[in-house]
Design a protein around this ligand. Structure first.
Ligand SMILES: *[C@@H]1O[C@H](CO)[C@@H](O)[C@H](O)[C@H]1NC(C)=O
Length: 284
C-alpha cells in the first residue's frame, strides 16, 4: 500500500487514470492537488463567468430548497416510525387538529355503554380483519421470513394488523371494562367477553400495558396551559383543548378497511409452517 501511496504522492497520473486502487486514489487526491497547477483566471470574462455560474447555482439551490417541501411528511414519518406497507400505501400526512378535552361535555365516544357509543368505536376500525403485507415489504415492515404466510394461491404475503387500530381496539376494551360499563358488555358476551374471566382479565391488562407503552414511546412533549374560569370568582383551570400535529388517521383507517383479508377464508388460506420455521412453545 505504501508504494501505491508513494506513487500517487509523486503524481503517477497514468496509474490513477487507469482507475487502479480506489483507496490509493482517495489518499492521493489531497497530495496531487498540490501539484496540479492552481487554476488562474486568465481573463476577467472567464472569472466573471465562473462567479456568475457559482451565484446562479447558489440561487437555484436556495430557491429549490425554499420551495421544495417535497414529501416532508413522508420523510418525517419514515424517520420517526417503523416502515410498513400501510405507511407506503397510505402516505402519511400531518395536519393541525384541536383535541376535545372537555371534562364535562360528553361526546359519542364517552357515552355510557350502548349501541351509539359502540357504533362510534366500531367506526374507528377497532374490529377490522387483518391486511396483507406483500413479501417484498415484509422485512422492511419488521416481519421475519418464517412468520405466518398466506398461501401463494391466495396471493401470498403475510397477514398483519395495523398497530394503531389494535391500540384503539385495546382502548375500546378498556372502555368496555370500566366499572360502570362492565356489566353491560359481560352480559352481551361478545368479542373479548366470550372468553372466561381469567383470559378476559389478561386481555384487559395486556391492552392497558400496550397503550401505556405506546403513550410512552410517542410521549407527547407538548404542554397544557391554564385558563381562568368562573368570572365572579376566577380559578385557574387546565386547558385540555390543545392543538396537535396529527397523522391522517382516517386515511389509514380507510386503507385498512378496504384491504381487509376475506371474511371467511378457505381452510387452506394460510401456508402451513415450513421445515425450520420457528414455532414457539407458548404464546410469546
Ligand atoms: C373534536 O370534536 C369536533 C366536533 O365533534 C370534531 O370535529 C373533531 O374532529 C374533534 N377533534 C378530535 C381531535 O377528535
Amino acid at each position: 500500500m505504501d508504494s501505491i501511496f508513494d506513487k500517487n504522492c509523486h503524481g503517477d497520473y497514468s496509474r490513477r487514470e487507469s482507475g487502479e486502487g480506489l483507496l490509493a486514489e482517495e489518499e492521493g487526491t489531497l497530495w496531487n492537488r498540490k501539484e496540479t497547477p492552481t487554476p488562474t483566471c486568465n481573463s476577467f470574462a472567464v472569472c466573471l463567468f465562473q462567479l456568475s455560474a457559482l451565484v446562479l447555482v447558489f440561487l437555484v439551490g436556495t430557491l429549490f430548497g425554499f420551495h421544495w417541501r417535497g414529501d416532508l411528511d413522508g420523510l418525517c414519518s419514515r424517520h420517526v416510525s417503523q416502515y410498513s406497507t400501510v405507511m407506503k400505501e397510505v402516505g402519511i400526512q400531518y395536519s393541525l387538529q384541536e383535541f376535545n378535552g372537555s371534562l364535562l361535555k360528553e361526546n359519542v365516544f364517552r357515552q355510557d355503554a350502548g349501541p351509539d357509543v359502540d357504533a362510534a368505536w366500531e367506526s374507528l376500525g377497532v374490529n377490522y380483519r387483518s391486511i396483507r403485507v406483500p413479501p417484498e415489504d415484509a422485512e422492511k415492515s419488521g416481519l421475519a421470513n418464517d412468520q405466518v404466510k398466506i398461501n401463494a394461491k391466495y396471493g401470498g404475503g403475510f397477514p398483519a394488523n395495523v398497530e394503531g387500530l389494535h391500540h384503539l381496539h385495546c382502548l375500546n376494551l378498556l372502555r368496555q371494562s370500566l366499572y360502570y360499563n362492565y356489566d353491560y358488555y359481560h352480559a352481551k358476551g361478545e368479542g373479548p367477553f366470550t372468553n372466561n374471566d381469567y383470559i378476559l382479565r389478561r386481555h384487559v391488562s395486556h391492552c392497558l400495558d400496550i397503550v401505556r407503552q405506546e403513550l410512552m414511546c410517542t410521549v407527547d412533549s407538548g404542554v397544557l396551559g391554564q385558563v381562568w374560569i368562573y368570572p365572579e370568582n376566577p380559578e385557574p383551570y387546565v386547558d385540555f383543548n390543545t392543538q396537535h400535529r396529527c397523522k391522517n388517521f382516517d386515511a389509514v383507517r380507510r386503507w385498512a378497511e378496504d384491504n381487509q383479508l376475506p371474511q371467511d377464508p378457505p381452510s387452506d388460506f394460510l401456508q402451513p409452517p415450513s421445515e425450520g420455521d420457528r414455532i414457539y412453545i407458548q404464546m410469546p
